[in-house]
Design a protein around this ligand. Structure first.
Ligand code: F6R
Length: 606
């Protein structure tokens, strides 16, 4: 969580950094700040609240210099306030630091530094860093950073500027992402690529344990053993349109609308001449007997469907684990196990930690990630890119459908490698996937007016239950998560068969119950659940085919979804009206859909 950025160039640093922070605010947005360096002095501007307030400060006070660092915060230690906003400084304000991560031994270090005379201004763990740097600083910032990081426990990506060093930013990384950008007239740093645009054209990923000395025309990197390392720059592939809202009112609306092309992109990448294309993983899939999926949140919901795909096609045993649980268990490393980490950001701390645990037990790890240069991608034996383009809205939408598509194709790959998919079955499975982009587009279009009608009536409800069976249980969980996180409506997703074992007690004539009941093996069972809800006067939103008379008769509102053909793929369509439902309920309730309260896009802390 938290986003950091830095700039050295020929433009006013604060203006460039305000734009960079705007692009990073999905990582945290409860306070923000900037430090610039000019003529031997540091100038700090910070504010609690939205970025607009920081912008106002700079509009009023003007700008100071062409070199600076910036931060947008998601509070861990200390409330969201101006004092706790970064940048933080040492006692005489000659060193300023922005930090992403958590310093776990901060209390001991704070006591030690206070005893030595340091005066702390905030309650944050991060403020340790400038004070520590000051104790080691003798005019050489690199030496100070090298000494400082030896004392830090936890995770960090930090950037420091020193009052007596013009046009120079020192950065260090351990456990949190940090990228260095290079352009014709500028050097930059940021937690993520979009914040480097448009000033940088090339990017270099700082590796674990490295320190970089960034100046206006050069970068020097040293590793943890003080060896010089050549910076490996590569071209930035993302373009500006991918990181702007374009004609949409929010990133969430844009990303929901992008889903047909996301699914198509994955199909085009993984299918060649009507057959599965080879995938680049350094693991012999034919030898795999057992798969463990590790993920959090929406990615975990995708994993639940990944299990169904793999069990169906490859007929192997699959476990789905929540990363934050797996990492603190004592999991069994059975021979022939493949661990598959699923993550949009590729930086989720719990998934990264469980991946490392699995590797420490000699299990091969393959990852499905959207951010290709992320830590999870780089620490896996093979990373299958999700190709969704940057997902900026905090609520995951297009990454979910992208994950389902990629998981479906991965299951086919595994089945083929294990000799459990005949050419005919491969063709049939692929043929069932090919129409999905068009069906996604059609479902989004057809469902909209029905969603709006339901929102008109149900937006004020303070709780909602989502029910589904089979693959649609994952849809129920994901639909409930969307509503909770962006509309702040208490929602619970349940396997419909479990409903009468307790939760049915919640049903009153005030409770919306979303019943996901498309055609398929579970359809009639779902209709029985609808009957039970109806008998207790619950307000039913049915999700299923518009031609389904029984469903229509039992529902107060019907969200029509097209029929996927292959029942396994139906959840790719069923989730779509529920994404739009949450979006509209949130807007009705005046919630900020792109930046819901208390959340951040990448959960890089535990
Ligand atoms: C929900 C959401 C989160 C993420 C979760 C995992 O809309 O976005 O639940 O899915 O934090 O994130 P990744 O996939 O980046 O590991």
């Amino acid at each position: 969580m938290c986003g950091i950025a830095g700039y050295i160039g020929n433009l006013d640093a604060s203006s460039v950094l305000l734009v960079a922070l705007e692009r990073l605010k999905y990582r945290g947005y409860d306070s923000a700040g900037i430090a610039t360096q000019e003529n031997g002095e540091l100038t700090i501007g910070k504010s609690a609240g939205r970025l607009k307030e920081l912008q106002d400060i700079y509009d009023e006070q003007g700008s100071f210099g062409n070199c600076g660092i910036a931060h947008t915060r998601w509070a861990t230690h200390g409330t969201p306030s101006t004092e706790n906003a970064h940048p933080h400084c040492n006692t005489d304000q000659s060193i300023a630091v922005v930090h992403n991560g958590i310093i776990e031994n901060h209390e001991r270090l704070r006591r030690q530094l206070t005893d030595q005379g340091a005066i702390f201004q905030s309650q944050t763990d991060s403020e340790i860093i400038p004070h520590l740097l000051a104790t080691y600083y003798d005019g050489d910032p690199i030496k100070a950073v090298q000494a400082c990081i030896k004392e830090l426990e936890g995770s960090y990506a930090f950037a420091a500027i020193f009052a007596d060093h013009e046009n120079r930013i020192i950065v260090a990384r351990h456990g949190s992402p940090l990228l260095i950008g290079r352009g014709p007239h500028a050097m930059m740093l940021a937690s993520d690529i979009p914040a480097l645009l448009p000033h940088a054209h090339d990017v270099c990923v700082l590796e674990e344990g490295q320190i970089a000395d960034i100046r206006n025309d050069s970068v020097e990197i040293v590793d943890a053993d003080s060896n010089n390392v050549d910076p490996a720059f590569k071209k930035i592939e993302i373009n500006f349109n991918e990181v702007s809202k374009g004609e949409y009112d929010s990133f969430m609306a844009k990303e929901i609308a992008e889903q047909p092309e996301v699914v198509q992109r994955i199909i085009d990448d993984r299918i060649s001449n009507g057959a599965l294309a080879d995938i680049a993983v350094e693991v012999d899939l034919s030898q795999i007997q057992h798969v463990v999926f590790l993920a959090c949140g929406t990615s975990w919901h995708a994993a639940l469907l990944g299990k169904r795909f793999l069990e169906h096609y490859a007929r192997i045993h699959v476990e789905v684990d929540i990363s934050s649980e797996y990492r603190y268990r004592n999991p069994i490393a059975a021979g022939g196990t493949l661990v598959v980490a699923i993550s949009q950001s590729g930086e989720t701390a719990d998934t990264l930690a469980s991946l490392r645990l699995a590797r420490s037990m000699f299990m091969p790890v393959v990852s499905l990630v959207n951010v290709v240069d992320s830590s999870i991608a780089r620490e896996s034996e093979g990373a299958l890119p999700l190709l969704c383009g940057p997902e900026i809205g905090v609520a995951s939408t297009k990454a979910y459908t992208g994950q389902l598509t990629a998981l479906f194709l991965f299951a086919l790959q595994m089945a083929k490698a294990k000799g459990r998919l005949t050419a005919e079955q491969e063709k049939e499975a692929i043929d069932s996937l090919l129409p999905i982009p068009e069906l996604v587009a059609g479902t989004l279009k057809n469902a909209e007016e029905h969603v709006l009608d339901a929102v008109e009536v149900l937006a004020p409800a303070n709780a909602t239950v989502f029910l589904g069976r089979g693959g649609e249980h994952a849809t129920a969980l994901e639909g409930a998560l969307k509503l909770k996180e962006i509309a702040y409506v208490h929602a619970t997703g349940y396997p419909a068969g479990e409903f009468k074992h307790g939760p049915i007690a919640l049903v009153t004539n005030q409770l919306p119950v979303v019943c996901i009941a498309p055609q398929g093996a579970m359809h009639d069972k779902m209709l029985s659940n609808l009957e039970e809800v109806r008998a207790r006067q619950g307000r039913i939103i049915g999700v299923g085919q518009s031609s389904d008379r029984d469903l229509k008769n039992l529902s107060d509102h019907l969200f029509p979804v097209d029929l996927a053909g292959n029942e396994l793929l139906q959840p790719l369509l069923s989730i779509l009206p529920l994404q739009r439902y949450s979006y509209h309920v949130a807007r009705r309730r005046d919630c900020d859909v792109d930046q819901p309260r208390n959340l951040a896009k990448s959960v890089t802390v535990e």
